[in-house]
Design a protein around this ligand. Structure first.
Ligand code: MG
Length: 332
């Protein structure tokens, strides 16, 4: 591994995985951590527990801000384990000189998003550091949720499952990049940043047989599918044509040479569900504005274990690898 920490080590992809496994997993090793789920399942399978830090730049972007992101990020990780978010902590590190009004605006966004999730902040911490020691504000949230459906795990996806994506992909990554660089490509482009609690609750209440769920944040859908293929020892065969990508995101990808599958999302999730529940799950997702273009994107096979295969519309096949390199730092 590199002797110094590089930006690529925070990319949600290959280098990030290496850093986590060789330093953190090595030291903290235990059965719960080793499962590598979106949230730890604790207390006899009754509670989900997760933490996330937010460093996004710019702080305010079309579709959200760091406050909304800080609540969605942690609540979504809890929701991905079939849990209802309940209690959160909020820790902030603020740079000397930061605007009080902006801080209030950020906290209002957090309050609003907490209400959507039905969760409350029950503990917190505030640090102010000298100018230049941090860029404006960093936020950490940790959350506990009550598991509504036990047994959801990205370690047991099999050939009886199919893979769905809840909406068109790449909006958060494309939005942050264009906003930061001051590129005005389309006024339509805004982050997908949103809480997923209600979609997940509706799927659970309808009895959809969910095997696994994961929000496609850093590293995008590519990272999720590759993690799943390895964790569950399966091959995931993706029909490239079926992946929904908005035209404005396609435009950003074409101009900047990105792949939508690698771009971060903050309100988009991938689901592995039993084949027979495809229509039921899609019908439910389609009733929500945030997932009204949910669609099946892949099948699970045993062809190349641990790999993701991308089938193009021309009939060609290629492996879709875990993203590498310095994708886009300060995305969340
Ligand atoms: Mg996640």
């Amino acid at each position: 591994m590199n002797k110094q920490i590089t930006l690529a080590m925070g990319n949600g992809g290959e280098e990030n995985n290496e850093l986590i496994s060789k330093i953190f997993y090595k030291a903290f090793k235990n059965d719960i951590l080793q499962k590598s789920e979106d949230a730890a399942v604790i207390h006899g399978g009754e509670l989900a527990f997760s933490t996330d830090s937010f460093t996004v730049s710019p702080l305010f972007f079309p579709g959200g801000d760091i406050g909304k992101l800080a609540i969605c990020g942690t609540c979504n990780d809890l929701a991905m384990m079939g849990a209802k978010p309940k209690y959160l902590t909020c820790s902030v590190i603020i740079e000397e000189g930061f605007s009080t009004r902006e801080l209030e605006k950020i906290v209002r966004s957090m309050k609003n998003e907490l209400e959507i999730n039905g969760a409350i902040v029950v503990s917190g911490d505030t640090k102010v550091v000298p100018r230049g020691s941090v860029d404006k504000i960093f936020i950490n949230t940790t959350g506990i949720g009550e598991i509504q459906k036990k047994g959801i795990s990205s370690n047991k996806i099999n050939k009886d499952d199919i893979i769905l994506v809840s909406r068109d992909i790449g909006k958060h990554g494309a939005t942050i990049f264009t906003t930061r660089e001051g590129i005005e490509l389309s006024s339509e482009l805004k982050s997908d940043c949103a809480s997923l609690t209600h979609q997940v609750q509706a799927l659970i209440e309808a009895g959809v047989n969910i095997t696994a769920m994961r929000d496609a944040t850093r590293g995008g859908v590519s990272a999720v599918l590759n993690e799943w293929a390895k964790q569950s020892n399966i091959c995931i065969e993706v029909n490239e044509q079926s992946i929904p990508v908005a035209t404005e995101v396609e435009g950003v990808c074409e101009i900047l040479g990105f792949e939508a599958l690698n771009l971060a999302n903050e309100g988009t999730f991938v689901l592995a569900i039993k084949k027979e529940d495809e229509q039921k799950a899609l019908d439910i997702l389609h009733t929500f504005e945030n997932s009204n273009n949910a669609v099946k994107i892949a099948d699970v096979t045993g062809q190349y274990i641990g790999k993701v295969l991308l089938l193009s519309s021309y009939g060609t096949k290629r492996f879709l690898d875990t993203p590498t390199g310095e994708l886009l730092p300060r995305i969340c």
